[in-house]
Design a protein around this ligand. Structure first.
Ligand code: GTP
Length: 577
């Protein structure tokens, strides 16, 4: 709601946020510039570093206003809206800035996916498409730089690329999304500023057609994503951003949780017009006093006490199918929660059968927490949406953060491998999910976690099939062929001969495991295991590997695996205020 009452007019403007995403240099900034009439303070790469490097380094905001489209009249007039403002959020395209993109994408109602018509889908186009799938319901594909196509072949080349894009989008939620060809800056960087962009009026028409009345709600505590902070001499410090939840009024006290300070709102503006109130979805500048802008580059502002700083969290997560790596438990990922990105260790709840070292008696980094979930619980949890066709099943997971993170309840969580070489041409986004339960205590493993989880003591027994060297044995009958062995990697086992070992990973395809014995095998054990070479009972009917012939001994050495299996019980979920 951009209420013009305070700005001298009496119009009320509906704000609609459009994210402009795409591969680096596809022409996002040029497109935002071509579309916008009113540039906000941070629009169009005003950042001096951006100019130097010739790329967008931060989110850019600009806007333009149109008449209410006919299909919105009936819905919008009763709410008092007279016109429609499109706020464009120009996201950086460079791969290293994906954290910023994830933050930007969470405030948008519609996404423009900008594609260089000559190059087609590129690596970051695909990542942006994934982020779009997680964050917004509508998309428009823009085929930009059509002026680079030879005029004689332009039409057929556009048609061909349009078909290719439709094929790419076939299995996404944007299956039937419109695809529009434009030239945001014909002639490229050398062209004079007077050169007219092509296809923009058609695009504006399409945007009007696609616009909808976003669900906005002024109730609940304030949560505003701040993307820029600067001072204005004689006025104070202005934080610009988008209200994600709730509302704010002049004279309200707001908190900047990252700095643990509270400030009184002195004045507010929306696209240079003073306002006295703003609500969810609005893009806003909030002026406070006695606050050094250097302390806050990006972050959130909220109702005092409404956000929590978390050391760990339980999430409902789903693997991103394009991610080629394994989602191994107890490994680290970059985790973006709301608008922050931190390193976090992830323990996935296995799909059927999963391990855990004891969480209650954790000692420093030694102890591990692994999980399991039981399907029946899934149906009881409001956040779990169940498995869609072709998707990996949703799993619960524990996230343990390297440093505390401040984020809203139920926020979007994206796990990624940002350290992957950006030229490797692979998807860096690994999993996504929703925050279910945050843990604020530093010693959460002893306090909150045991209250949230049902633990079951589990015991498994297998046999040593053979010795590969003095420090390694192959174990069998501990797991089924279909068990996700990644969940058990790193867990300790003991041999009936007394040695301790650690599960290193799977061996072959039949559920066998490689076990490392750090202290080495005892001579008696080696002797025992090098004894008879008769075919063992139950010898791997399904074994698909060369190691099919089990060389069991008449006195088998057994392997004991004890672990705790944890189940997250949504009924125990504590409500975060
Ligand atoms: N020929 C031609 N060049 C274009 C067009 N649109 C953009 N460009 C050029 O492409 C280059 C990149 O344009 P930008 O608008 O900065 O691209 P971007 O996607 O915002 O870039 P990043 O934000 O850094 O990812 C610039 O040199 C533009 O002049 C177009 O329609 N035709």
């Amino acid at each position: 709601m951009a209420d013009g009452e305070n700005g001298g007019g009496s119009t009320k403007t509906l704000n609609f946020n459009i994210g402009v995403l795409g591969h680096v240099d596809s022409g996002k900034t040029s497109l935002a510039r071509a579309l916008s009439s009113t540039a906000s303070t941070a629009a169009f790469d005003k950042n001096p570093q951006s100019r130097e490097r010739g790329i967008t380094l931060d989110l850019g905001f600009s806007s333009f206003t149109v008449d209410l489209p006919q299909h919105l009249e009936a819905e919008c007039r009763p709410c008092g809206y007279d016109n429609l403002q499109f706020t464009l959020v120009d996201c950086p395209g460079h791969a290293s800035l994906i954290r910023t993109i994830i933050g930007g994408a969470q405030i948008i109602d519609l996404m423009l996916l900008v594609v260089d018509v000559v190059k087609g889908m590129q690596t970051q186009t695909a990542e942006c498409l994934l982020i779009g799938q997680l964050t917004c319901s509508r998309m428009l594909v823009i085929l930009n730089k059509t002026d680079l196509l030879p005029s004689s072949k332009r039409e057929s080349a556009i048609e061909k690329m349009t078909k290719r894009m439709h094929k790419t989008l076939e299995n996404t939620r944007f299956k039937d999304c419109p695809i529009i060809a434009v030239a945001a800056k014909p002639g490229g960087p050398e062209a004079a500023d007077t050169v007219e962009p092509q296809g923009i009026p058609e695009l504006v028409e399409m945007l009007k057609q696609q616009a909808f009345l976003p669900q906005r709600d002024s109730s609940g505590p304030l949560l505003m994503a701040v993307d820029h902070c600067f001072s204005i001499r004689g006025q104070g410090t202005v934080m610009t951003g988008t209200i994600l939840q709730g509302a704010v009024h002049i004279n309200d006290t707001v908190e900047i949780p990252a700095l643990k300070v509270t400030k009184k709102v002195k004045s507010m503006q929306m696209f240079r017009r003073p306002v006295s109130a703003a609500m969810q979805g609005d893009r806003l500048g909030v002026c406070v006093t006695q606050f050094d802008p250097k302390l806050l580059e990006r972050g959130v502002v909220c109702t005092p006490g409404s956000l929590h700083t978390l050391h760990a969290a339980i999430i409902a997560a789903r693997k991103i199918s394009y991610f080629r790596g394994a989602l191994a438990s107890r490994t680290k990922f970059h985790v973006s929660l709301g608008h922050e990105t931190v390193m976090g260790r992830v323990s996935f709840f296995g799909s059927a059968d999963a391990p855990v070292a004891d969480s209650g008696s954790r000692s420093g980094d030694e102890a591990e927490v692994g999980f399991s979930f039981e399907r029946e619980y899934l149906h009881q949890d409001e956040y779990v949406t169940g498995q869609s066709e072709g998707q990996d099943p949703e799993q619960w997971a524990l996230l343990e953060f390297e440093k505390p993170v401040t984020c809203p309840p139920n926020c979007l969580v994206i796990g990624s491998r940002l350290d992957t070489d950006i030229h490797a041409n692979t998807c860096r986004l690994a999993f996504h999910g929703r925050l279910l339960q945050g843990m604020e205590e530093k010693n959460y493993a002893e306090t909150t976690l045991p209250r949230l989880l049902i633990s079951k003591d589990k015991h498994r027994e297998g046999t040593v099939e053979r010795v590969t060297d003095d420090y390694t044995v192959i174990g069998r009958n501990l797991f089924k062929k279909e068990t996700n062995l990644q969940l058990f990697v790193g867990l300790k086992v003991t041999l009936s001969t007394g040695e301790s070992g650690v599960i290193e990973g799977g061996f072959g395809q039949s559920g066998k495991v490689k076990i490392r014995i750090p202290e080495g095998l005892k001579d008696e054990t080696k002797q025992l295991l090098s004894g008879g070479k008769k075919k063992g009972k139950g010898g791997g009917k399904n074994d698909a590997v060369k190691d099919e012939e089990p060389k069991s001994d008449s006195q088998p050495v057994t392997i004991q695996l004890r672990f705790k299996r944890y189940i997250f019980d949504p009924k125990k979920k504590m409500v975060q205020s």
